[in-house]
Design a protein around this ligand. Structure first.
Ligand SMILES: Nc1ncnc2c1ncn2[C@@H]1O[C@H](COP(=O)(O)OP(=O)(O)OP(=O)(O)O)[C@@H](O)[C@H]1O
Length: 692
């Protein structure tokens, strides 16, 4: 059988298009055709069929219309892989040497179902500034073998190769020449191959989708994802449950989120990024996080993740109530700290920072400055605020009891021990805070035990054998100069450094005089239901006073004044003793001092206090109440913390002792030492006369 002659006309008869077409025709028609190259001679009349690669290549040529077929072009299926990977909506240039061809390529790609934002481009085409700007932003270019035409600056160039002859053109040639397109199965095979690839990809995507669904449905947090237009992409099971929606996927996916959840502010479009925000709706409390997410080029969706914390909040409330009922919670917070002075504000600023950490705090400050208030506030601002808060005052803690109080005991640990044992304060403070007040008064053996708990974060009950791990934050406080005590050997150095992690100094009242009127006013209101007028003279005196007992003393002064005032007026007559001139006492004789002391209490009590202070003076250290309590027990005349406080107040008023200004404790004065000797002689006399 002789073969049919096809004249193939392309733009460049030696070019790539010619070669691709020639190969394609041979593939389909094998030896049934012979190709004539327009370049080699004038074959128009001998050709059985003339195939032009585009209308442009035959422009101006007179060709026999009955033989002419203008090829329709398609895309090389094998080259589509890279295009498939582009996310829908991707902006891309479609580059060709002629703008018409670029448009044609766009049409073909659209018909094949590519949902891309395609801009035709040819370097020959003149553009407006706007178009130039638009092209400038594009990152992807697609070109049918026109790599050299792609403008610079494009990040990804996809060469889809020379566009081959469309299958319908092949069929047309076959019909015109009466040839079988037996090799059409090549084309079909390619399509099958591509569809298989696509099918595999789709199956994989489907699988991934299922896996994602399964994962999203497994988590307990509600998840709702929306696209850039606020349309729902995903709603997981937990979200339906939490939001109490009973709609199918079909009723939600693709719908505007605000239409599906009209009342829910958490999907408010204006706020794209929100973290741990609490939102309450219909008796439910939700905590939600919202994040913007990239989906496709430049498009942004929003992912909202939320939890139902109603139960947790209820549990927390119950726990707090239970702790409050048991007296294990911190009752004070920053709002209870009265004052606006700079030094106080500075202290509060540091307090807030300290509260956020979980480290040990050492609060230092004179007696009555509000250290306990600050400790409560730290706990209430910390992450442990819902946990217990346990205060322990070492000044009032008898040593015999201290160990079992702090660490608990096992059943039968000692006679009188409760059946079943008892947890110690450290155990009770688990997940909370323990406040070790007047830490300077802890005995050496207690100091050793405390050091161990701080180091090991575990306790062992008295009489027990097992260690109990405890997670407790320690806040210690002292009105003594611990550093000096360490130097004098009264306080363990290692414990001091364990405690001295975050020091917080509470300033004495005389360093924040601006707070005095506020505090006076606050406490007057607390004690009097009616309006009270306080003379300016009185206020001046109160401001000028140096408040050795700080706010505790101020409270007593207000209590005193409001008790003795006439009507609702506080005058200078209502000021207590300490505001009268001290010189009143200066001329007392030794005997008068003794009489005054005897009027206030037992001489032996004053003797104990003074001799403890005298000893401390010889050791060159200041001493706090706790040490005196301790000393009194050792001396065999035990005094309570309250008793010591009262005795010290009297001694102070008489000028026999002096209270330090910066937490150094108290010191005996020269007259104090003198009077101590007088008391000693007096007591010896009494004792001698008792014996005879
Ligand atoms: N800034 C303040 N505003 C209101 N009340 C205060 C303030 N500071 C202290 N107080 C009150 O003063 C009293 C004494 O305070 P607190 O017991 O905390 O002192 P402290 O420094 O722990 O004393 P000590 O060292 O003697 O134990 C408490 O009744 C406390 O509520």
């Amino acid at each position: 059988m002789s073969s049919y002659k096809i004249l193939l006309v392309t733009k460049d008869q030696r070019g790539r298009t010619y070669k691709v077409f020639a190969q394609q025709l041979h593939d389909y028609f094998q030896n049934s055709i012979e190709l004539l190259n327009d370049f080699d001679g004038n074959y128009e009349s001998v050709a059985d069929l003339i195939l032009a690669s585009s209308p442009e290549v035959i422009k101006g040529r007179e060709l026999p219309q009955d033989k002419l077929v203008v090829a329709r072009r398609t895309i090389n299926i094998k080259k589509l892989k890279e295009l498939v990977a582009l996310p829908a909506g991707t902006k891309c240039l479609v580059v060709n040497n002629m703008i018409e061809t670029a448009r044609e390529t766009i049409n073909i790609l659209r018909n094949l179902g590519f949902d891309l934002d395609m801009i035709p481009y040819s370097p020959r085409n003149k553009r407006t500034m706007r178009e130039i700007q638009e092209i400038h932003d594009v990152k992807v270019a697609i070109t049918p073998a026109g790599l050299e035409l792609v403008p610079p600056g494009i990040e990804q160039v996809i060469d889809i190769g020379i566009r081959p002859i469309d299958f319908s053109t092949i069929v047309e040639i076959g019909v015109r020449l009466n040839l079988d397109v037996e090799e059409a199965n090549i084309y079909v095979a390619e399509i099958v191959q591509l569809s298989r690839g696509l099918f595999n990809t789709l199956t994989y995507v489907n699988q991934l989708n299922h896996q994602l669904d399964a994962i999203l449905n497994m988590v307990n947090d509600g998840i709702v994802a929306t696209d850039d237009k606020g349309h729902i992409i995903q709603v997981n099971k937990a979200a339906r449950h939490i939001l109490d929606v009973h709609l199918s996927d079909k009723q939600m996916i693709g719908k505007p989120v605000q239409e599906v959840f009209p009342k829910l502010k958490i999907f408010d479009k204006s706020k794209k990024n929100q973290e741990n925000t609490l939102y309450s709706t219909g008796g439910k409390h939700l905590v939600f996080n919202k994040r913007q997410i990239e989906i496709g080029q430049g498009k942004q969706g929003v992912m909202t993740v939320f939890q139902d914390v109603t139960k947790i909040q209820k549990l927390e409330q119950d726990l707090r109530k239970e702790l409050q009922e048991k007296g294990l919670s911190a009752q004070y917070s920053l709002k209870h700290i009265i004052g606006k002075s700079k030094p106080l504000e500075e202290t509060i600023k540091i307090l807030k920072k300290i509260a956020k950490t979980d480290r040990t705090v050492l609060i230092v400050g004179e007696s009555g400055t509000g250290k306990e208030l600050f400790a409560h506030s730290i706990h209430n601002l910390s992450n442990r605020r819902n946990g217990p808060f346990l205060p322990v005052n070492f000044a009032g803690l008898p040593e015999s009891l201290a160990e079992s109080e702090l660490f608990g005991y096992e059943d039968g640990a000692f006679t009188g021990a409760k059946k079943g044992g008892k947890p110690g304060l450290f155990e009770l403070a688990h997940n909370g805070t323990i406040f070790l007040d007047e830490i300077g008064d802890a005995s050496p053996s207690l100091q050793a035990l405390l050091l161990r708990v701080l180091q090991e974060q575990q306790v062992m009950r008295v009489g027990g054998h097992r260690v109990i791990p405890v997670n407790v934050r320690v806040i210690a406080a002292t009105n003594q100069n611990l550093k000096e005590m360490v130097e004098q050997g009264w306080f363990r150095k290692d414990l001091y450094y364990r405690l001295f992690v975050l020091p917080l100094r509470v300033p004495p009242l005389r360093e924040r005089k601006e707070d005095i009127p506020l505090l006076i006013d606050h406490f007057i209101k607390e004690y009097c239901s009616t309006q009270v007028h306080l003379e300016q003279d009185v206020m001046d005196k109160l401001i000028n006073y140096n408040w050795p007992g700080n706010i505790r003393e101020l409270i007593s002064v207000v209590q005193y004044m409001t008790s003795v005032m006439e009507g609702n007026q506080i005058t200078t007559n209502d000021l207590p003793e300490q505001f009268k001139e001290i010189s009143d006492h200066i001329d007392f004789s030794e005997e008068q001092y003794i009489q005054l002391l005897e009027k206030e209490g037992d001489l032996i009590d004053f003797y104990i206090v003074l001799s403890c202070l005298k000893q401390a003076k010889q050791n060159r250290v200041g001493v706090g109440r706790g040490k005196i309590v301790h000393y009194s027990r050792k001396a065999g005349f035990p005094l309570t913390d309250q008793q010591v406080r009262r005795r010290m107040e009297i001694l102070r008023e008489l000028g026999l002792i002096h209270s330090g200004t910066r937490g150094q404790g108290s010191r005996i004065t020269t007259i104090g030492s003198l009077i101590l000797d007088v008391i000693k002689t007096k007591l010896e006399h009494i004792s001698a006369s008792c014996q005879t």
